[in-house]
Write a protein that binds this ligand. Sequence first.
Ligand code: SAM
Ligand code: SF4
Ligand code: SF4
Length: 346
Amino acid sequence: MAKNIEFVIKPTLRCNGACSYCNVAETGSFMGKPVIEATFRSLAEYLGRNPLDEVTILWHGGEPTLMGEFFFQEVLGLQALISDHRVEHVMQSNLTCMTPALADTLCELLKGGGIGTSVDPFSDYRRLKSGEPYPERWYEGFELVRSRGFRVGMVYVVHGESVGLGKSIYHYFKNVGVDSLTLIPLEEPAREFEGARLDAPSWGKFLLEIYRAWEEDRAMLPVEPFVTWAHFAHDKDSPRCGFPEGLHCCEPTVAVAPTGDVYPCVRLLDVGSGAIGNLVVDSLEKILTRPDALWRSQRRDLLRQGECASCRWWDLCAGGCAAACGFGRKTVWCEGYRLFFEAVNE
Ligand SMILES: C[S@@+](CC[C@H](N)C(=O)[O-])C[C@H]1O[C@@H](n2cnc3c(N)ncnc32)[C@H](O)[C@@H]1O
Ligand code: SF4
Ligand code: SF4
């Protein structure tokens, strides 16, 4: 069966940002030439042997733009090993150190495609090491990539101070002109965090606030996870990314660290636990046949028989993301999801 493989490449875990809630510990260095070459060679060989499969490459970090334009020009050269229509490139960036030259190179690589980014207009948790104001630098980068035709999706991290501000947050992002909004609850920060944390009922409350604003606005700005939930409500038989349930990310996911180590989930890479191979020494095929490459399905099966058995919201939630709770447990946001689903379906 044809697969869509999600390749998340973290060429560095370093960052020019100093966000107080950041869940990535700044370790290691930058991806070197042997690793990036090995990554694209494995991918080219794999796609040659699996002619129906397609790949999305998400450039992530740390801050991927710290790699600079020459790194991405090298990637463009390596991309020539693979036929263009089988690979789509997207990026997640804070946009605060975007330059015109880098934006031009990314335009060629991403082909005017999508960049995800994050800013927080209502708290000062997002900061830059330089001491410059994050929102201003972010806005300059945002304007620059918009001028090059990129679609820009906002990833908003919901924390304790967000609760009560759902409507304002929705309209702020709609007015600023992003193409979509994705809501993510605050996961355990990598460093000590003295700000306002989120608890599960508050996550449900916040989802409801922003959902009501979204409904009132006739869903003009696409908001996730609402768009996915609406999709499942109308067409359960047409999964968007390989899974028939709402909150699951793609499987297989191949998360590549600067060293070439591969993990089946981005969060496992961030905490450096559960590597399933290394692209410098292992073929992608070999990595994908390791049992742990399918650990999302294994977790889903376990939860379906255990903690989530008989939950009426399974199709929409499926135990949620494992990031904050680990392999064998349902999401720590369960109570919030239940509150939300019950309120909108009453
Ligand atoms: C780790 S960053 C890396 C990419 C880039 N530096 C950025 O900030 O967009 C990837 C995403 O994780 C989000 N993030 C950071 N810390 C988080 C946390 N503790 N919980 C949930 N999401 C978090 C960021 O806001 C961003 O959307
Ligand atoms: S959230 Fe992104 S911009 Fe902020 S410190 Fe973490 S990696 Fe850097
Ligand atoms: S709402 Fe809770 S019990 Fe239901 S599927 Fe999600 S995590 Fe499991």
